[in-house]
Design a binder for this molecule. Structure first.
Ligand code: NI
Length: 146
């Protein structure tokens, strides 16, 4: 009986060959050396994990963890009240938030969310789109990465 993929135990290593354009490979080697990778295998594993997480997060119900980083001026009228209100509204998905008074004007807020991909994205969009938020970014990860 042929050996199926599911017969493999997690952690078992499998080798495979990759054909690649010389120039492309050189550029890749240069970049991963700069990033601090010791070898191609580790860099390729990270790329594959990133791809898997990204693909899995496309499914609306996929369980993901997201961090939203927000930069805003704390003088913006009512913004802090609205931010707090929205976080209470979604308390079942929002796990925690950290606030940093960066300088005389600017605040950074990092919000950690865990839940279905679609809700995490929707809440993040609402936070980022708030009037007074200068810049915001959502980073999504998941246990799909092995
Ligand atoms: Ni502040």
């Amino acid at each position: 009986m042929p050996r199926r993929r599911t017969d493999h135990h997690a952690g078992e290593l499998e080798r495979f060959g990759v054909s690649m354009d010389e120039e492309l490979l050189r550029a890749f080697d240069q970049q991963i050396a700069q990033a601090g990778y010791q070898n191609r295998s580790e860099a390729i594993r990270d790329l594959v994990r990133d791809y898997l997480v990204e693909q899995q997060a496309q499914h609306p119900d996929a369980p993901v963890v997201g961090t939203v980083t927000l930069m805003y001026d704390h003088h913006a009228r009512l913004l802090e009240d609205r931010l707090t209100e929205l976080q209470h509204e979604h308390h079942d998905v929002i796990r925690c938030s950290t606030h940093v008074h960066l300088d005389a004007h600017n605040c950074v807020e990092v919000v950690v969310l865990a839940g279905p991909a679609e809700r995490v994205r929707h809440i993040a969009d609402s936070l980022i789109a708030m009037r007074g938020v200068k810049h915001g970014k959502l980073v999504v990860t998941s246990a799909a990465a092995r």
